[in-house]
Design a protein around this ligand. Structure first.
Ligand code: SAM
Length: 351
């Protein structure tokens, strides 16, 4: 226990992690040691975030995707997926419902759907910002050119989420077809940051072939990138993908990593993801108690929820937006935290 504690204390003090430290922590951790780690993560998080959990209203506006990622249920070659797109009016009515519930951030997420040209995205962003000027708009629509990202930013988009999935090129190639590269995805993140977006990167935990060395490389990449937000959740297989028979990522490992991320990136926004809540009914609460501070209730119309099926068993597909919002509020309160109705920008970000 003493060695473990010493390593955790060093990670906290240096806000950095070596491969040897990561390997030691992940291979020696047990319940008692995990509690020490989580307690440290809370100790780092509380003076900065004061037990606040920020809510983001998630609008899954298209499940049409030109990519064929091996893990993803909306990959283009899944002919069983029933495809949909939301109109601008439908997106705006999701925002209207969200604004009434108190959301100050809307996250527009979708597959890489060529129907939504840059002009269409900019028009949607402008319309949301006109209607809700005090709200932040986050885009999560995949890999685009620097010029496209710049147009989105100039139209008023504030943030961009693009998980890098894995920092290791060979591992990236195990998860994606040859037309996609980790190097390009990383470049997109650097472009987004240079343009001025608050950016979110992240990984799935437990994807086929993932090793502790890969996870260390993720930490190293993120140390260099300094993202504002880091989204991690367990990989969950989807029945209509090449990874259908692969095992689900570990919930405890995801929680340990959230806590380590909190020690290395004290001010980062760390979501307790839907995948974590799908893999374990109390996964999101456990995530918050290990340093996570963001939740993303679903604002998509209920009739499309089941169609945005990235993995099997995805939760919250039947609840109306208001129910989702209330449910998150209660879950957060139950563990002694509170949801905060603010934009929830990164602490170093000045408007
Ligand atoms: N198209 C955009 C992009 O590429 O960033 C956003 C949508 S994409 C479906 C959002 C995220 O879902 C991915 O970055 C991936 O990490 C996650 N995801 C996809 N399939 C998953 C699975 N089977 N298990 C867990 N997470 C998954």
């Amino acid at each position: 226990m003493e060695t473990f504690k010493h390593i955790i204390d060093t990670i906290q003090a240096t806000q950095n992690i070596t491969y040897e430290q990561l390997d030691y922590v992940l291979t020696h951790i047990d319940e008692e040691k995990a509690e020490y780690l989580y307690q440290k993560a809370r100790q780092v998080s509380e003076p900065i975030f004061h037990k606040a959990v920020y809510l983001r209203g998630l609008i899954e506006f298209t499940n049409i995707c030109k990519n064929d990622c091996y893990y993803c249920g909306i990959r283009c070659s899944n002919s069983n997926a029933e495809r949909y797109r939301l109109t601008k009016e439908q997106i705006l009515s999701c925002c209207e419902i969200g604004a009434k519930l108190g959301f100050k951030t809307f996250v527009l997420q979708g597959g890489e759907d060529p129907y939504y040209t840059d002009d269409k995205i900019c028009d949607i962003v402008r319309s949301i910002k006109n209607a809700y000027p005090d709200c932040a708009v986050t885009l999560s629509i995949g890999e685009k050119s620097y010029e496209s990202y710049k147009k989105f930013y100039d139209a008023g988009a504030d943030r961009y989420l693009l998980r890098h999935e894995t920092a290791n090129e060979e591992h990236y190639a195990q998860l994606h077809p040859a037309n996609l590269s980790g190097a390009h995805r990383k470049q997109c993140l650097r472009d987004l940051k240079a343009i001025g977006f608050q950016i979110g990167c992240g990984i799935m935990v437990g994807t086929p072939g993932q090793t502790i060395r890969h996870i260390y490389e993720d930490f190293a990449f993120m140390k260099e990138l300094q993202p504002h937000m880091i989204g991690i959740g367990p990989f969950i297989p989807h029945k209509d993908t090449p990874f259908r028979n692969e095992p689900m990522g570990s919930v405890p490992l995801t929680i340990h990593l959230l806590a380590l991320l909190r020690l290395v990136f004290p001010k980062a926004l760390l979501p307790a993801t839907t995948a974590l809540g799908t893999a374990d009914p109390l996964g999101r609460e456990k995530g918050i108690l290990a340093g996570a501070n963001v939740m993303m209730p679903n604002l998509s119309p209920v009739n499309v929820r089941e169609k945005y099926m990235l993995y099997d068993g995805k939760i919250c597909t039947g609840d109306e937006a208001a129910e989702c919002h209330r449910c998150m509020e209660l879950r957060v309160q139950k563990i002694g935290y509170h949801v905060e109705d603010s934009r929830g920008d990164h602490p170093d970000f000045v408007l």
